[in-house]
Design a protein around this ligand. Structure first.
Ligand code: PNW
Length: 460
């Protein structure tokens, strides 16, 4: 293979999220979140796993950062747990919660690693969940207050701020199909949540900026939606519908001034959109400095004029759309491995929404350890050739997008550590570093050593 070089100052790093790694669920005044409640609800998470202990990163962060430095990471994306900062979601900030992120930030900077903060990676304070969560407009306002409190403590040292992680998941999986917290299944709630999440982003972005933040963005998980049959008009219509409900419903208000008409009409068939008030779209459309892209796999869809489609997680598409089962080599999530989808997605966003720098804020794959599902292969080793293949393919795809002119600023692998994979609990392992949950021992996998080499060469 050819040698590929990435641009100078390309940001190489890794990502995690608070509830997935921190543990310490009751330490230092942390309040409960909707994920604590959800994971304790029988039947919601694989084998009743919870984030109570997770990777115990809350206590082991210094060793974890030392390992990041050893691997040569230049950036680390972590999320702040809102219920550590405001245990009830409102009111004065809890200094002991802020202290943790303060220590983490300083430890990263001491090691020359740029902190990239995500303010919301799904752990909504339960008190706000009890008041309707993201279906309640007030949650968006509280989010901006919380963002201001975090900025007040970390803003002198953290340069890159992102508001939300994957609002698609929060809205559609949390309120639409109920696979994620809070586990509701209500189409109207899902669309209401979309808008309040975007409003929360807009209010928080405005607050961060007026407090002095220089780089403010948001992370989405836009989909590369493909037709099952490129010749079929019905499939093209299905692509248009899913692209609207997955991508344009977020990208257009953020980067093109407002919701697209076809999406508005679809939503209005499901719920009276009185939650969209005058001025909201203007606020949401305020310029951002960075768009975070999380990419894992493409989606292939077929139109079903006969009404026999499965519909997936998109309210109002039941019967009309069929998602094809994944094909080819799959990851342990049974997700497709199609690096070309990343190139297409990056190019499409750069073309349709020009002018905003992109950062891959997540990309990676779950694979079981071999030979046993829970043990490193042989003493002290995890030879994850499959993960190396996935990462190599997707980095080549990212490079291809750059060579076609996409302004891609960096790549953050998901994830630094094996962790709590939401509804899948600990059984799915995304880390480049293996975690033995009995001993909390960390073992860099072969992929971590491979990535270390990629970073040091700034290329493949
Ligand atoms: C993302 N889906 O979640 C999250 O940002 C991470 O916290 C998570 O661990 C990672 O991807 C791997 O799953 C997703 O159903 C969860 O399409 C579900 C979906 C997409 C992303």
């Amino acid at each position: 293979m050819n040698e590929l070089r990435f641009p100078e100052h390309f940001l190489w790093g890794a990502a995690t999220a608070a509830y997935q790694i921190e543990g310490a669920a009751r330490d230092d005044g942390r309040g409960p979140s909707i994920w604590d409640t959800f994971s304790r609800t029988p039947g919601k998470v694989y084998q009743g796993h919870t984030g109570d202990v997770a990777c115990d990163h809350y206590h082991r962060y210094a060793d974890d950062v030392a390992l990041m430095a050893e691997l040569g990471l230049r950036a680390y994306r972590f999320s702040v747990a809102w219920p550590r900062i405001q245990p009830d979601g409102t009111g004065p900030a809890n200094p002991r919660g802020l202290d943790f992120y303060d220590r983490l930030t300083d430890t990263l900077l001491d090691r020359g690693i740029d902190p990239i903060v995500t303010l919301y990676h799904w752990d909504l304070p339960q008190t706000l969940g009890d008041r309707g969560g993201w279906t309640n407009r007030e949650t968006a306002e509280h989010f901006a207050t919380y963002a201001t409190a975090v900025y007040a403590r970390l803003g002198d040292r953290v340069d890159v701020w992102t508001t939300l992680n994957e609002p698609w998941c929060s809205a559609y999986l949390g309120y639409g199909n109920g696979v994620h917290a809070p586990g509701e299944q209500d189409p109207a709630a899902a669309f209401t949540a979309v808008h309040h999440l975007l409003l929360g982003h807009g209010l928080a972005a405005r607050a961060l900026r007026s407090a002095g933040a220089r780089s403010v963005g948001i992370t989405l998980n836009p989909a590369d939606v493909r037709p099952a049959d490129p010749q079929s008009a019905a499939d093209a219509a299905a692509v248009r519908l899913i692209d609207g409900l997955h991508n344009r419903i977020f990208l257009d208000p953020l980067l093109a001034g407002g919701y697209p008409d076809d999406v508005r009409e679809h939503v209005a068939r499901m719920v009276e959109p009185t939650f969209i008030r005058d001025g909201d779209e203007k606020l949401i459309a305020a310029p951002i400095d960075l768009l975070g892209i999380n990419y894992y796999q493409p989606s292939y869809v077929a139109g079903r004029p006969d009404g026999a489609g499965g519909g997936g997680a998109y309210p109002g598409t039941e019967g009309a759309v069929q998602f094809l089962p994944p094909t080819g080599p799959l990851t342990d999530m049974e997700w497709m491995i199609e690096p070309a989808g990343l190139t297409r997605l990056l190019e499409r966003i750069a073309t349709d929404y020009p002018g905003v720098p992109l950062l891959i804020t997540e990309n990676g794959a779950a694979f079981p350890d071999k030979p046993g599902a829970d043990s490193p292969d042989g003493p002290g080793q995890v030879v994850d050739t499959d993960r190396i293949g996935y990462l190599d393919g997707h980095l080549r795809a990212a490079h291809e997008a750059i060579s076609r002119g996409v302004d891609l600023r960096g790549y953050l692998v998901w994830s630094f550590l094996d962790n709590f994979e939401w509804a899948e609990g600990y059984r799915k392992r995304f880390g480049i570093v293996h975690v033995d949950y009995l001993t909390q021992r960390r073992t860099p996998k072969a992929s971590a050593r491979w990535y270390q080499e990629v970073i040091s060469r700034n290329g493949l």
